[in-house]
Design a protein around this ligand. Structure first.
Ligand code: GLC
Length: 733
């Protein structure tokens, strides 16, 4: 929980009172390590030249071989840098020593990094981990990442990413916990506890950074960085809740998002930054821009030039400039001209110094030498946690004829380049992992003692090798085809206009199915895919996502039946791309989708998700019965019986939804309001209770006012957002 003692607050104010204007602005300046060297174009231009082929990769590398990295030592010494992005502990200490021992006031630096789903021990991407519906797991993985990274000098994570996302064309769906505000809010609280909660030692916690504030996941057409327009009620009901939950949980920092929101870029948005975040929610930490985002306000067309962009950002409550040096170059003059009040600077710097104080950097600015190599060899408990997270995140989408789990002794034709990859299992936004730590799916199956031959055949970006396909079809009793996306096909700047399986992978599946042998498809992807053909033609489909370093071990355990899959979908899967955005918690419309032509549906795709939010099968089956809703003064006590009606043990995720049937604005047909996981032996039945506070039955109107309105409510309970038992109840407020 980010909170300062009175003594710490006093120290901050005293330090602030002794700072010059330049030193104050220095705290608002975050530098990236710059690349300088013997080339006559800016580094960004060099990247462009390689990207568009003006220079080859080899030429680029040759040029870079003479380049040096500029860590801005002189500016640090002059007190003109507040934070950097560096992930080398010895370099962090070296730069920290300059700040602490050579600058006038010795203010320590913060070192930030994108640790989104693990530092050295990479665990599943967020869209997968969220599908475990296991907040305790969310906390434990975050705590592991905090401990691993803090000993490497990183004391600030640009995480958790809390963007509700409903359009799988957007590549950053992979980085976030899915489409539902309630689940994302649970994820948010748990991650803040994991990153910031263990203050028993400065080596155990980091400052979290809630991103990307706000509504970035609603970028139009799923195209990254694109414009966002939405009703204020939608903003409050669907996109703000995870950030509010994380602020209430004590998050230390927030990162504003690239997008404009209703015409005002979030980087300079007074309404979201000041009115909502700092005034209404009383957020005590500081706000950092996204990379280069203040400069991009010129491109947005909200500022004529960089000085104006800097003034607008500072006025809006943007405390730290990531990577443009605009604050460093222009804020002093703006203050001296009276265009930016000194009080704005002082407020920003007080927030920044307070987080540094809370991090313990004034007492412990350096990484202890003996801590640096603590995780050189990953502790087994870290690997075990990554394996647990991976196993719990796998979702069984289809299992016709119970092909899965595979039978002992079956010969497996393992097909697909992704099956042998240690790199592609990691997923987007992981930068401190090592291939030697990773277990590919092939290695996982081999370690588990499976009888298999591996046939690359085809990957997301390669042609089909017909000979290998023939060999694969001949060898195995069963074919396991690993298909999906490379990790570069999701994450930032990775929107796809067609979210079917990339390349020739569907064709590969067709050829494998033509063999007449049973085909199991393991999906390795960073977003929901449009699987209309696969869902119809492939008998068994396992959604395996990008699960991190232990992916191979986890997939092998599920394929071989040592682990009964328990993952559920945190995001709906469309049948075809054209259905995006698609999400379960949608308004009913006046013509709810149905069979009739004149309803809200597609002529060629109907209206329902192929696989809905919360969906996932098991190697056993479950049944729900005896739904009871008991009204209490301030809550509804919802209980249901859950039975394991199959022949193997399993874990069901019981989901509680509600619908406000009639209200002063249209409300979603369902809203997740609770969930619980229950382990059941074959034949076992257990009652599950899910409390629902009456105060959670409300919604925000277009003035951002939270309303509780009397009337009829429907309470749904089930194993996914589509198949539920229902009880109606009238509530008076
Ligand atoms: C990127 C991302 C953001 C990340 C930042 C620093 O552009 O939008 O998520 O934290 O830059 O790497």
């Amino acid at each position: 929980m980010y909170r300062l003692t009175q003594e710490q607050k006093t120290r901050v104010k005293d330090l602030l009172s002794r700072m010059t204007l330049d030193e104050k602005i220095g705290q608002m300046n975050q530098e990236s390590v710059s690349i300088v060297g013997g080339f006559d174009v800016p580094f960004e231009e060099l990247i462009e030249m390689m990207t568009d082929g003006r220079i080859s990769q080899e030429e680029f590398e040759k040029i870079m071989s003479t380049a040096e990295q500029d860590y801005h030592e002189d500016d640090i010494r002059a007190g003109l840098v507040g934070s950097l992005m560096v992930q080398d502990p010895r370099k962090c200490n070296e730069l920290q020593r300059i700040a602490v021992e050579e600058s006038r006031l010795g203010i320590p630096l913060m070192f930030g990094l994108d640790v989104i789903h693990g530092y050295r021990t990479v665990y599943p991407i967020a869209i997968a981990e969220a599908g475990s519906f296991d907040p305790d797991l969310f906390t434990r993985t975050a705590r592991m990442a905090a401990k691993e990274s803090r000993t490497q000098g990183v004391n600030w994570h640009f995480a958790p990413m809390l963007d509700v996302a409903r359009d799988a064309r957007w590549g950053r769906v992979s980085e976030g916990p899915g489409e539902d505000p309630y689940l994302v809010s649970q994820f948010a609280r748990a991650k803040i506890e994991g990153l910031q909660g263990d203050m028993s030692s400065p080596e155990n916690y980091v400052a979290a950074c809630l991103k990307h504030y706000v509504a970035y996941g609603a970028c139009e057409s799923g195209r990254d960085y694109n414009t966002v327009s939405m009703a204020t009620s939608m903003l409050y009901n669907s996109y703000l809740p995870p950030f509010k939950a994380a602020v209430e949980a004590g998050a230390a920092t927030v990162m504003a998002s690239f997008n404009d929101l209703n015409g005002v870029p979030c980087t300079v948005n007074q309404y979201t930054l000041r009115h909502i975040l700092k005034d209404s929610w009383q957020f005590p930490g500081f706000v950092v821009s996204d990379a280069n985002a203040i400069r991009e306000c010129v491109a947005h067309g909200i500022a004529a030039d960089e000085p104006e962009a800097g003034k607008k950002a500072a006025a809006a409550g943007m405390d730290v400039d990531m990577g443009t040096q605009i604050y460093k170059k222009y804020l002093r003059e703006a203050v001296e001209k009276g265009e930016v009040p000194l009080s704005v600077i002082d407020e920003a710097v007080e927030r920044i110094l307070s987080v540094k104080m809370w991090l313990g950097l004034f007492e412990h600015p350096y990484v202890p030498e003996e801590a640096m190599d603590r995780y050189e060899v990953l502790p087994e408990e870290h690997r075990a946690l990554a394996r647990e997270a991976a196993e719990k995140s796998i979702v069984l989408l289809k299992n016709e004829g119970d092909i899965l789990p595979l039978q002992k002794g079956q010969k497996i034709s393992l097909v697909g380049e992704l099956a042998a990859s240690r790199e592609e299992i990691i997923g987007a936004w992981a930068m401190s992992w090592r291939p030697t730590d990773c277990v590919s799916i092939q290695e996982g199956l081999e370690k588990a003692g499976a009888t298999l031959e591996y046939f690359p055949c085809c990957g997301p970006e390669s042609d089909i090798d017909e000979a290998q396909v023939q060999a694969a079809c001949q060898y195995g009793d069963v074919i396991v085809a690993v298909v999906g996306e490379t990790d570069a096909m999701s994450g930032e700047a990775s929107s796809r206009a067609d979210i079917t399986l990339p390349g020739h992978q569907r064709e590969l599946l067709q050829k494998l199915l033509a063999s007449g042998k049973p085909v199991v498809t393991c999906l390795m992807n960073g977003r929901p895919l449009a699987l209309q053909w696969e869902a119809k033609n492939v008998p068994a489909i396992l959604e395996c996502w990008h699960l991190g370093i232990e992916m191979g071990s986890a997939v092998a355990k599920v394929l071989l039946g040592e682990k009964n899959p328990e993952g559920r979908l945190a995001s709906s899967f469309p049948a075809v791309t054209g259905m995006c955005p698609i999400y379960y918690n949608h308004p009913n419309t006046g013509r709810p989708g149905g069979r009739s032509k004149f309803t809200s549906r597609y002529l060629d795709a109907g209206f329902e998700a192929l696989y809905p939010f919360g969906y996932g099968l098991s190697y056993t089956t479950y049944a729900f019965s005896d739904l009871q809703v008991e009204e209490q003064p301030d809550a509804l006590q919802v209980t249901v019986n859950v039975s394991n009606t199959g022949n193997c043990a399993g874990v069901e995720t019981v989901q509680l939804y509600m619908q406000d049937v009639t209200a002063s604005i249209v409300r979603p047909v369902k809203e997740l309001k609770g969930f619980a996981k229950v382990a059941l032996a074959p034949g076992e039945t257990k009652p599950v209770s899910l409390p629902l506070q009456k105060s959670d039955l409300g919604f925000y109107n277009d003035a951002g006012t939270y309303l509780l309105e009397s009337g009829l409510f429907r309470i749904y309970v089930g194993g996914n957002s589509r198949d539920c038992l229902c009880q109606e109840v009238s509530i008076g407020f």
